[in-house]
Write a protein that binds this ligand. Structure first.
Ligand code: HGA
Length: 610
């Protein structure tokens, strides 16, 4: 999603800004821009193409300066067009621009502010909510940018991370955050800011995480931070080593393909050091917290939500603790019945998902203080906000459609299941040792499934001509069917829906014709015979079945029934194995349709707006 980079230095900072935007590029954006202070004027370059094209404009027009801000935009208000791209400038009509501003987030009272500012003479050039902040700061400016920004943010409703600079104070950037991430990078006689420390990798590893309500004043030699009450505060400086080596494609065609094939390594790394499952893997206080809770509430969005749904089957079956799983964006706005003995589990790849962070805060405001996150970024807001954490070691995930983050989340959630079962005496030592052995074999089992790729490519070529698909699963494989359908939608733009197979006859069977491919997850579990009946229901209506069947199910190909044989049933961990062929099917179908696999239309990675 949107990225921000800023720098105040005594050297040309455009290369730092461009490099920072490049590092954030994988998150998805529709336009980008840079503004710098150059010899008494504000200069700007903006583009609706990629950052590489923006860099060409910068070079061609010799845009350079020692103070500047840059942005990748994922439009929320106003079309993805150059005039809506950030940075936005402000001046009164006829004057040279004197304020430049970038923003992540959404200003909810933008219409009211727009009318007010138009009333005092400001002319708007964009349809964005962001431009009101630029004009508001300009309107309030009386020689001190910090003072103007502090006054301006008091008028804003909604979520924002902003960075602003002013022609009249060229060695200064003022930044503020409320609900959207923002970090400060400290250098020697130069300072930086970004929406993620990743953007500053290679420039500085001395990072300060701003908190909600903070306003920061960046100058050459120092950074001052004020809290929401305007009081000067010290925030800790962290030394952050951001792993950046993953951005190479190697022999793969897309990052998504690379990330699918990285799963044996990602799962093995996530399991590293785990000889036996102990609560302490989740934090020092985990034993005490796990002991005192008697329910679990999972809060997540998208693919992470499906990981939570899978965990519900595991935790209720093995640890015998009731679990509810809520879509974060819904939970935060509905009336629910809180229980203080709840373990609140948030799941987020980036740890910055705005909806999940807000849902977490909501749960806490309802008196549920025992919080744990499953997250891929150890320095994220989610990890800082939760009492307990398990950091998955998927590595940087570039493809917008999540793959290795999902399977590593599942791995961590299975360990959570075992830890809860252990603390609540629901599992014997022998059973636990057996499960840990199965976990440790998981990377090898995933590798065996990856070897099915050639067969899946043959299916994908046929899927590429379809416009609809149905996914069926039962029990703990139903969330995997949901994830398979989501993957296909996200990157191939084929309309796909998932159902628990027993639900077919209650409605979706009406959609089944010879034109409807029905992808079926067929593990050899207690529901197998029931699933076979559901498959017959599809065949009887002419629907064509594409079945991922465990070897020991003995399901064989026949007319209208295509089978790819999976390894033998993998017990509780089977959902993880069955995820992999669905990822490959979505990936190769998208390739056959020629879509932009790593950056699907309208989507962004790390969804930091509501
Ligand atoms: N609302 C602003 C910024 C959008 C954003 O933060 N996207 O991630 C706009 O539409 O320009």
């Amino acid at each position: 999603m949107c990225g921000i980079v800023g720098a105040v230095a005594s050297r040309d900072i455009t290369p730092i800004l461009v490099e920072g935007l490049k590092r954030l590029e994988y998150r998805g954006y529709d336009s980008c821009g840079v503004a710098v202070y150059d010899n008494g004027s504000l200069r700007r370059a903006r583009s609706t193409e990629r950052v590489a094209e923006l860099a060409d404009h910068i070079a061609k027009d010799s845009v350079a300066g020692f103070t500047g801000i840059a942005h990748t935009r994922w439009a929320t208000h106003g079309a993805p067009a150059t005039h809506n791209a950030h940075p936005h400038f402000s001046s009164l009509t006829g004057n040279e621009p004197s304020i430049a501003l970038v923003h992540n987030g959404i200003i909810e009272n933008h219409e009211e502010l727009r009318r007010e500012l138009q009333g005092v003479g400001y002319v708007f050039e964009s349809q964005t909510d962001t431009e009101v902040i630029a004009h508001l700061v300009h309107h309030l400016y009386q020689g001190d940018l910090l003072d103007a920004v502090q006054q301006a943010v008091k008028r804003l409703h909604g979520a924002y991370a902003i960075a602003v600079f002013c022609r009249d104070e060229p060695h200064r950037i003022v930044a503020a955050r409320q609900g959207s991430p923002l970090v400060i990078g400290r250098g020697k006689n130069e300072n930086f800011l970004a929406s993620d420390a990743l953007a500053l990798a290679g420039t500085t590893d001395q990072i300060i995480y701003l908190e909600d309500g903070d306003v920061a004043d960046l100058q050459l030699g120092n950074v001052w931070i004020m809290d929401s009450g305007g009081k000067r505060i010290e925030r800790q400086i962290h030394t952050v080593h951001v792993h950046t080596g993953a951005a190479e494609l190697g022999p793969y065609r897309h990052f998504m393909q690379k990330e699918i094939f990285e799963q044996p390594r990602a799962v093995a790394d996530t399991l590293e050091d785990v000889e036996s499952v102990t609560p302490e893997l989740f934090g020092d206080a985990a034993y005490k917290i796990f002991k005192q809770i008697d329910r679990v509430l999972v809060l997540a969005c998208g693919t992470s939500y499906y990981a939570g749904l899978t965990a519900k089957y595991w935790i209720e079956s093995i640890a015998k603790i009731p679990v509810s799983v809520e879509i974060a964006s819904e939970y935060r706005y509905r009336d629910s019945v809180p229980n203080p003995n709840t373990l609140v589990v948030t799941i987020s790849q980036s740890g910055e998902t705005a909806d999940t962070l807000a849902a977490l805060k909501h749960a806490r405001s309802l008196g549920m203080e025992q919080t744990l996150t499953i997250c891929n970024v150890s320095t994220s807001a989610m990890v800082r906000e939760c009492k307990l954490a398990y950091i998955t070691r998927a590595g940087v995930e570039i493809g917008v459609a999540s793959t290795k983050a999902f399977t590593t989340q599942l791995t961590a959630l299975y360990m959570l299941t075992l830890a809860l079962a252990q603390v609540h005496d629901r599992i014997t030592d022998e059973q636990e040792a057996e499960q840990v052995k199965a976990l440790r074999h998981l990377p090898a089992a995933i590798s065996a499934v990856l070897a099915l790729e050639p067969q899946i490519i043959a299916w994908a070529d046929r899927f590429a001509t379809k416009e609809n698909a149905l996914f069926l699963g039962r029990g703990m494989h139903y969330p995997i069917a949901l994830e398979g359908a989501l993957k296909l939608k996200e990157i191939s733009y084929i309309h796909a829906e998932a159902y628990p197979a027993g639900e077919l006859k209650h409605g979706p069977l009406a959609l089944v014709t010879e034109e409807m491919p029905v992808i079926t997850i067929a593990p050899n579990d207690v529901l197998l015979e029931k699933l076979k009946s559901n498959m017959q229901e599809v065949r009887a209506r002419g629907g064509e079945l594409y079945v991922f069947a465990d070897d020991d199910t003995k399901i064989v190909s026949s007319e209208g029934v295509h089978v790819i044989r999976m390894p033998e049933h993998y017990g509780y961990l089977s959902p993880i194995l069955h995820t992999v062929p669905l990822q490959l099917l979505a990936y190769h179908t998208a390739c056959a349709r020629g879509t932009d696999v790593d950056k699907p239309r309208n989507l962004a990675k790390s969804v930091t707006v509501e």
